[in-house]
Every structure is written in structure tokens, then in C-alpha cells.
Design a protein around this ligand. Structure first.
Ligand SMILES: Cc1cc2nc3c(=O)[nH]c(=O)nc-3n(C[C@H](O)[C@H](O)[C@H](O)COP(=O)(O)O)c2cc1C
Length: 485
């Protein structure tokens, strides 16, 4: 079949004519993730020059471009054009569009500098189905289909494009697709299959009825949301800005390093502060703590004390210092945190603790106090029950620590990696809590999931501003687990 894709440069590519036979091709400067491309294209023959200019405007079919170069420059010019074209494709600069009666139906746009588009030919007698990783969304002013498997996105320009994707939820051959989507010929359908198949957006139905994509054991174990999150929070298959880009600078005020204390009906509870100098001398040796660290999910019948809880929180999570950092404030705390933004906050469901009444508390890391938010009301009791069910031994925790994030502390400065960084910070806090609990002969255990909506209901906080991102349970250690020096 004759290939009738319309080729064009990506919209953000500029062609600057320096002389009559000299063009500078430039991509925009985005970030380190997508370094700026600058190509000085010199001594261009007239046909080549015209072809490049066409690629920089509405584009043209490969056939049209080749004829143009061949007729103007002859065969040597054509070889040179193919060289350039391949180079542009390998640099992710070229879009491929499918036109229907002169109107662009859809366009394949590379979104990663690592895109290496190579057309795969789909078979007219085979069926293809949408990849379970493909999704459609609004991207600025256009509708796009993307997938974490792909280094390109498909921009849907006409309604038939969307209709076509809709039909592909079930396996379709070219013929079947044409019968279902108005105005699409078998040739166009095959071209679209070629484009989508080459971009990992559709998969072939094999003769045994299995979907080709599912035959890959590693891929089949990925869930859609996990792979999308992974691919977009790592560099590689996208060109989005990554890291501290400060996209809200001058638009939104950054949150202060210290969360304002929530309003409470009762006096805050000052917590015990250990003498760190004494601890430095008296603690178990580091290697003993590291080697003895383990998850403990049941407790001594005497609950944890207020003094132990105070010491634990002080050693894990207090604020040591608040410092200015440009337009932001950062702080120093015992656990490591990306950028020292310290977006994490601790809320405690105290179920049984000596000298602290059962209830729901917020830990003030600067004053080292507990603010009582509520009793064990329905929401809080449900969160506690969830923690019990997640505990492999299903013991009711003496204290469940719910870790929330004030998201804007991290999203204000970071792009692409804000949420993944936040989860790494939760891991760092978990490990600090494990080690401190082990050093204090307490029973610690991290919890793998929790209900963030229930947390928002229990605290009255806006889910999008601050909600739970981790859970940790703690209590007094059973006697037979105590460390012996
Ligand atoms: C992120 C994370 C999530 C966890 N989730 C749970 C959980 O939901 N329930 C549980 O009983 N243990 C949970 N654990 C504890 C692990 O099961 C435990 O660390 C692992 O089995 C190794 O045992 P150890 O901690 O005793 O060395 C979790 C640990 C981590 C780090």
C-alpha cells in the first residue's frame, strides 16, 4: 500500500533562514530532560530547502516531498533528503498525520527525545485492539491519546478519530473498522493501524485469540496507573519539565514550612522531650539497632506510655530548625526529605496510651505538642479498624500514626516528580520510625495502604490540599521481644 502520511515538523520547531541556502532548525529550550536541539543545515539545494519549508508549515506526504526534491535537485538531492528525514525522525521532530478528504483526522506527535518511529505494517486480515494502557485526555486545547508504552501521543483532530478509538475497545480488522466509522476506507484504516501499532497503542489479536501485549509476562503484571505514574515520574519517555521548575513562582504564595496549628477545643498536650546527649551515650549501638529492627504487630498488655510516645515523636519528626531558602522556607528534621520541604505531617489515633486519653490528635512538630482534634468518632474508628485489618496479625494498634502530606509544599516547586518524591519521603520517615522504635524497645510496623477520603472526612481537610499518604502503627513491645544488651 502506498504510504500517505502527511509529514510535518512538530509545532514547536522553528526554522530560521540565515541565508538563501542556510537554515537553523531549533527546538525550544525546556529542561535537562529535553535538551534543546539546534541543527545548522548548510548549503541546502533548492529542492531540499523547499521540502524543509513545507515540513515547517502544513507538511506534505512523503511522496510529495520526494517528488519535489527529485524534480528540483535530482537523485543526489533525494538521497540527502532521506538522510535528513531519518535524522529528524530519530530526533523526534517529525509528526505523522492521517488525512481524510484533505482534513487531518489524527496526528502522531513524538513526546520524547527518545522516540524512534519505525513504521510497522499491520496485516489487513488480522484484528487489532486498543492497548489497555492507552488513555484519552484533554491536553491544553486538544484531545490526545497517550500510553505509558509510547514515546508519542496521538492528537485527535476530528470526531471520527475519537469514534475510531472507541471502536477499538474490541478487536477489529480494517474492514470491520471501516464499516463502523463513517468515511474511513480500508486503506486509511490500515494506515491508522500501522501508525497506532508502531506507537504501541494497539495490539494484535493472535491466532489463538490472545492479545499480543498480554503475552509479555513482565508487562502483564503492570497495572495501568502504576505504569503511567512510573513512566511520567521518571525521565525517558516524555519531555515534560522535571525537578524544581518553580512553575507557580509569582503566581501562588508558597506554603509556610510549619503548618499553622489546627483549632482545638482543649489545651494542647506538651510532650516529653528526651535528653539527646544522654541518649547518645546510652543508646544501643547502631548495628545492634539495625540488625534487631523488625516489624512487630502485637503488643505488651501494658500500653505505650506518654513519655515513650513523646520521645518517639521527638526523635523521629520534630522540627530542629526553620530556615529561609529563597522565596521558600525549609526546615531540618531527623528524617531525610527531598529538598527539605518537609511536606509530611503526623496525625495520631491514640487507642491506648498511658496518660493520654483515647482520641485523634495532630502532632505539632515545632512545639512538640499534641493537638486534640476529636474523640474516636465514627470516621476515626473506621481509620483505626482499617489499620487493624492491614496489620497482618490483626491486633488493634495502640497508636496508629497517619502520615499526611501538605501537597503544595512539594508541588509548588517540583514538576513531574512531586508525588514520587513524596512517597520516597514517606519511606524515609518509615525507616526512621522503625529505627527509633527499635532503639526504644517499642513495637513498630509500617502499613501499606489507607483511606485518604476517610482521613479527609476525619480531619475536615481538603483532599487536594492535604490528605493521608502513609500509615504506621506502634505500641509497647511484648516482653519476649525485648532487646538484651
Ligand atoms: C511500605 C511498607 C508497607 C507495609 N505494609 C504492611 C502492612 O500493610 N501490614 C503489615 O502487617 N506489614 C506491613 N509492612 C511490613 C512488612 O511486611 C515488613 O517490613 C516485611 O515483611 C519485612 O519484615 P521486617 O520488617 O520484620 O524485617 C510494610 C512495610 C513497608 C515498608
Amino acid at each position: 500500500m502506498q504510504q500517505l502520511f502527511t509529514l510535518s515538523f512538530k509545532k514547536n520547531i522553528s526554522l530560521i533562514e540565515e541565508a538563501t541556502d542556510n537554515i537553523v532548525l531549533q527546538s525550544p529550550l525546556i529542561t535537562l530532560n529535553s535538551p534543546q536541539i539546534t541543527l545548522h543545515l548548510k548549503q541546502l539545494s533548492p529542492g531540499l530547502l523547499s521540502a524543509l519549508k513545507l515540513l515547517g508549515t502544513d507538511g506534505a506526504t512523503e511522496e510529495h516531498l520526494c517528488n519535489l526534491v527529485l524534480q528540483t535537485d535530482g537523485l543526489p538531492g533525494l538521497y540527502k533528503f532521506y538522510d535528513y528525514l531519518q535524522k529528524f525522525i530519530n530526533l523526534g521532530l517529525i509528526c505523522h498525520s492521517v488525512l481524510l478528504e484533505g482534513v487531518t483526522l489524527l496526528t502522531r506527535v513524538p513526546i520524547s527525545p527518545l522516540d524512534r518511529f519505525q513504521l510497522k505494517n499491520a496485516a489487513a486480515d488480522k484484528k487489532y485492539i486498543l492497548s489497555r494502557f492507552a488513555y484519552c485526555r484533554k491536553d491544553k486545547d486538544q484531545m490526545v491519546v497517550e500510553s505509558p508504552l509510547s514515546h508519542a501521543q496521538i492528537v485527535l483532530r476530528e470526531g471520527q478519530g475519537a469514534a475510531l478509538f472507541h471502536q477499538l475497545f474490541a478487536p477489529q480488522s480494517c474492514q470491520e473498522l471501516c464499516a463502523k466509522v463513517l468515511g474511513i476506507s480500508p486503506d486509511t484504516a490500515l494506515m491508522i493501524f500501522n501508525l497506532l501499532w508502531s506507537s504501541h497503542l494497539i495490539s494484535e489479536l493472535q491466532d489463538n485469540g490472545e492479545i499480543q501485549e498480554d503475552a509479555n509476562a513482565a508487562l502483564s503484571q503492570w497495572e495501568f496507573h502504576d505504569l503511567l505514574f512510573h513512566s511520567r515520574s521518571r525521565t525517558g519517555r516524555h519531555a515534560n519539565p522535571v525537578g524544581r521548575t518553580y512553575r507557580f513562582l509569582e503566581k501562588v504564595e508558597p506554603l509556610p514550612a510549619v503548618k499553622p496549628k489546627p483549632a482545638t477545643e482543649t489545651e494542647n498536650i506538651p510532650l516529653y522531650q528526651p535528653d539527646l546527649e544522654k541518649l547518645k551515650a546510652a543508646d544501643y549501638p547502631f548495628t545492634l539497632i539495625l540488625e534487631a529492627r523488625k516489624s512487630l504487630r502485637h503488643y505488651h498488655e501494658q500500653p505505650i506510655t506518654d513519655k515513650q510516645l513523646g520521645e518517639f515523636l521527638y526523635r523521629c519528626a520534630r522540627i530542629r530548625q526553620v530556615m529561609p531558602a529563597g522565596r521558600e522556607e525549609i526546615s531540618s528534621r531527623p528524617y531525610v526529605n527531598a529538598g527539605a520541604n518537609y511536606e509530611l505531617e503526623l496525625y495520631l489515633i491514640v487507642n491506648s496510651c498511658q496518660n493520654i486519653s483515647a482520641g485523634f490528635y495532630y502532632y505539632c512538630p515545632q512545639e512538640h505538642q499534641l493537638c486534640r482534634l476529636s474523640n474516636l468518632n465514627n470516621h476515626v474508628a473506621a481509620l483505626l479498624e482499617e489499620a487493624r485489618l492491614s496489620n497482618r496479625e490483626q491486633c488493634l494498634p495502640q497508636v496508629a500514626i497517619l502520615i499526611s502530606a501538605r501537597f503544595q509544599r512539594i508541588t509548588w516547586a517540583y514538576e513531574s516528580i512531586a508525588y514520587s518524591g513524596l512517597l520516597k519521603n514517606v519511606g524515609a520517615l518509615y525507616q526512621t520510625m522503625y529505627l527509633v522504635a527499635t532503639a526504644m524497645d517499642l513495637a513498630p510496623c509500617a502499613i501499606g495502604s489507607g483511606n485518604s477520603d476517610l482521613f479527609a472526612a476525619a480531619t475536615g481537610l481538603d483532599y487536594y490540599a492535604e490528605t493521608s499518604v502513609g500509615e504506621f502503627i506502634i505500641g509497647s513491645k511484648p516482653r519476649d521481644e525485648m532487646m538484651v544488651r
